[in-house]
Design a binder for this molecule. Structure first.
Ligand SMILES: Cc1cc2nc3c(=O)[nH]c(=O)nc-3n(C[C@H](O)[C@H](O)[C@H](O)COP(=O)(O)OP(=O)(O)OC[C@H]3O[C@@H](n4cnc5c(N)ncnc54)[C@H](O)[C@@H]3O)c2cc1C
Length: 395
């Protein structure tokens, strides 16, 4: 049999985990598979979780976030498009390559403020309004807050917004948190966990809840957010953390990501051996809402799973079974640890499992599909094996 070629697009959490799983299996069994990992042109594969925890607050230089090499050929040449039927990728350099199987692990991009927010574009152009997703964003934040007690307006109270508000407060800056929801994080974390999180914020800094920016005014020495109730909040910098959208090359370059089946095969290319993993992949529980998971460990787990499914489809491995999210995540927020496992999107109810420490279980019928809590890392780990009992598992 001739050597099969596998391309992996994206050298972040999912892509490097997929590559490592493929390389390990190839080394163990001697199968003839050649793997090539594609990064963006000029990009050094790096750990995105260090963008806010390391670079933005000046603890790390960008190069210190580099991921270890995976041991396969790395090509830094942005994939501009994929032809699923021809199994071909088109690269930024103008080259094209064909493959026998492909894993798309191109992650996500930050959601921007709506076009109708007056003054948005000018604020972006001056660098006083920024997302916090890339290393370039982190350097922009770092340079804007360096050497003084900065006033930072955080737009968004999800995990990233909350963690960054905490990091900036700990670093001695004044933070004002502005959230569209009156109880930020309630749908993703459950009301009890979201409420305790909000209490932690309120003890540390200003919080404007249930409001949206209507306009942004940029001056030489400051930036002002005008909220929809006409409240005005001044700062040196606005950091936008309104979540992410999937990011993929054409033909998946729209906002909808890549829907996958239970083995992470791209649903729209059923016979092409194309898989998606990590922040770009859209999952379905039959009869329930579709969802994406944008956490590091889960993305890595999806990358590994996609690699195993791919090797199975090439005839080199056992069926890994359906992908079900069980990975944990955590974020340190104002001296406490927000933690969780699985994903609550398919859940139909939430139950309080413990109040001290706070632990919530998210259920689909009677099946536990996710856990969230505060200072409950051990309790979450103890219950990991309870997630997704067999009866709830889609085949
Ligand atoms: C500031 C910040 C802090 C975070 N902290 C945490 C945390 O503490 N814990 C946690 O669990 N999660 C955290 N996350 C989320 C976590 O980083 C993501 O969920 C995870 O990186 C997703 O993995 P991924 O492989 O899907 O995407 P990524 O890790 O983003 O990797 C995708 C890669 O693909 C590349 N790429 C994209 N398009 C192309 C293309 N066309 N051609 C070639 N390459 C391409 C990208 O440049 C990128 O390198 C954080 C996110 C941010 C923004």
């Amino acid at each position: 049999m001739s050597t099969r070629t596998v391309a992996v697009v994206g050298a972040g959490a999912a892509g490097t985990a997929a590559t490592t799983a493929l390389r390990t299996r190839i080394a163990d069994s001697g199968i003839e598979v050649d793997v090539e990992l594609f990064a963006r042109t000029g990009e050094q594969p790096h750990n995105r979780t260090l963008v806010n925890k390391g670079v933005a607050i000046g603890l790390l230089e960008p190069h210190q976030t580099a991921l270890p090499e995976t041991g396969v050929r790395l090509t830094a040449d942005t994939v501009r498009g994929i032809e699923p039927r021809a199994r071909r990728v088109h690269l930024d350099s103008g080259r094209s390559e064909t493959f026998d199987a492909l894993i798309i692990a191109s992650g996500s991009r930050p959601r921007h403020l709506d076009e109708d927010v007056i003054g948005r574009d000018q604020a972006i152009a001056t660098g006083r309004l920024t997302t916090l997703h890339s290393l370039a964003d982190a350097v922009r934040v770092r340079d804007r807050i360096a050497n003084h007690r900065a006033r930072v307006i955080m737009l968004g109270g999800g995990v990233l917004g909350s963690e960054t508000a905490s990091l900036l407060t700990d670093a001695g800056h004044d933070v004002a948190l502005i959230t569209r929801s009156a109880l930020p994080g309630a749908s993703a974390l459950g009301e009890a966990v979201a409420q305790q999180l909000l209490d932690l914020h309120r003890r540390q800094h200003a919080a404007y809840l249930g409001c949206s920016p209507r306009a942004i005014r940029t001056a030489a020495d400051r930036i002002t957010v005008v909220l929809d109730d006409d409240t005005q909040v001044d700062g040196d910098l606005i950091v936008l953390a309104h979540g992410t959208l999937p990011a993929a090359p054409a033909p998946w370059s729209g906002p909808d990501g890549i829907p996958v089946d239970s083995r992470l095969r791209a649903l729209q290319a059923p016979d092409q051996r194309i898989y998606a993993a990590g922040g770009v992949a859209v999952h379905h529980y039959p009869g329930h809402a579709s969802y994406r998971i944008d956490h590091w460990d889960d993305s890595a787990a999806q990358g590994t799973h996609a690699a195993r499914a791919l090797l199975h489809d090439l005839g080199h491995d056992d069926d890994p079974g359906p992908y079900l999210p069980t990975s944990t995540f955590s974020a340190r927020i104002h001296g406490h640890t927000l933690t969780g496992a699985g994903h609550p999107a398919p859940a139909t109810s939430t139950r309080l499992l413990s109040s001290e420490p706070l632990l919530a279980g998210h259920y689909l019928g009677d099946a536990l599909v996710a856990l969230t809590g505060i200072d409950a890392v051990g309790q979450v780990r103890e219950r990991l094996s309870d997630l997704h009992p067999q009866t709830s598992v889609p085949s």
